[in-house]
Design a protein around this ligand. Structure first.
Ligand SMILES: Nc1ncnc2c1ncn2[C@@H]1O[C@H](COP(=O)(O)OP(=O)(O)OP(=O)(O)O)[C@@H](O)[C@H]1O
Ligand SMILES: [Mg+2]
Length: 83
């Protein structure tokens, strides 16, 4: 179990409605038990990434998988349990 990814993100883009591209081709894998720090300058997209993962904002493109659930296509009920 230790080496299994619990969170996988592939080719994630976020373009805000005003046309600003906040995330471009984000790829990451977080494994069970890993301790992760998300570092970046103000405006680099940290909050945008976290809000895409919990779907507080809709990703423009890409795949987010959490514990074998497809977050990007999750309905309300599944999303609630994922969160
Ligand atoms: N609703 C929005 N519409 C357009 N652009 C946005 C929107 N929200 C954020 N942005 C822009 O997207 C970029 C990333 O913003 P974000 O808030 O994700 O950065 P951050 O890394 O969390 O910054 P901070 O360290 O200041 O919290 C910034 O350039 C920001 O201005
Ligand atoms: Mg932020």
């Amino acid at each position: 179990m230790q080496n299994k990814a619990i969170l996988t993100i592939k080719n994630l883009d976020k373009i805000y409605p005003n046309g600003f591209q906040a995330l471009y081709d984000i790829n990451l894998e977080i494994k069970h038990g890993e301790f992760i720090v998300l570092l970046g300058l103000s405006g680099s997209g940290k909050s945008t990434l976290l809000r895409c993962i919990n779907r507080l904002i809709e990703p423009t493109k890409g795949m987010i998988n959490f514990k074998d659930n497809d977050v990007t296509s999750a309905d309300k009920r599944l999303l609630k349990s994922i969160r």
